[in-house]
Design a protein around this ligand. Structure first.
Ligand code: BEZ
Length: 212
């Protein structure tokens, strides 16, 4: 059974490029992004890890710990990191799990046998401070993911965790948000002092509540 939204993200211990690690200890009270890629020394994966490294400050700003995983061994990971740093002009600062026995891959359903019997697909999990799964995405080996989109979703997840709002299509940090249906319009007017724009009784916008 694959992990679904709201499920507890299982803990594990793993060998990584930053030493042995316990997943829950690594996360602490932070948010987490755990993502798999098919193999080291492959072109799309090189760009994905490079892009993630270039966004390290953005993940840190959002209190998000990043952890990559593939089924390749540790010595291969270390050699590949040198290539990523050189070709993508970054310094990979997050650990990569060497999941040779596929413990993490199996725990998180990252191997899709009808895509590949041996390699992990491009799975990504966003995990909240409560250790619950907040987002899952799965891409095929041939398509690199959009890590700016991952940050955008994290912005939405962090905002909607604390306010009675949802975010519309293509929303970006700073734009108006949607008042959730569970809040009546009368209550919304009291709750959101920046104002409520009523387009339809079920479609109500308010400026993002957690910014000036
Ligand atoms: C890549 O990262 O480029 C890749 C990996 C596995 C299959 C296809 C592409």
């Amino acid at each position: 059974m694959s992990l679904r939204l709201g499920d507890v993200a299982p803990n594990f211990q793993a060998k990584t490029t930053a030493g042995d690690l316990d997943f829950y200890e690594y996360l602490g009270n932070s948010w987490g992004v755990l993502f798999s890629h098919p193999a080291d020394f492959t072109p799309v994966c090189t760009t994905e890890l490079g892009k993630t490294a270039s966004l390290q400050d953005e993940f840190a700003k959002r209190n998000v710990k990043v952890l990559a995983v593939s089924v390749d061994p540790l010595d291969k990971h270390h050699g590949w990191i040198k290539d990523i740093n050189e070709t993508q002009n970054v310094s990979v600062g997050f650990p990569i799990i060497a999941d040779e026995d596929r413990q993490v891959a199996n725990l998180y359903g990252m191997i899709h046998p009808n895509a590949s019997e041996t390699f992990t697909v491009r799975s990504l999990f966003v995990i909240g401070p409560d250790k619950k799964v907040k987002l899952t995405i799965t891409y095929p080996a041939s398509t690199g993911r959009n890590f700016v989109e991952v940050l955008r979703v994290i912005d939405s997840l962090q905002l909607t965790a604390n306010h009675s709002v949802a975010t519309p299509a293509d929303w970006k940090h700073g734009e108006d948000v949607i008042v959730v249906p569970a809040v009546s319009t009368d209550d919304a007017i009291k709750k959101f002092p920046k104002g409520v724009k009523i387009v339809k009784p079920y479609l109500r916008y308010t400026p993002q509540p957690d910014i000036e």
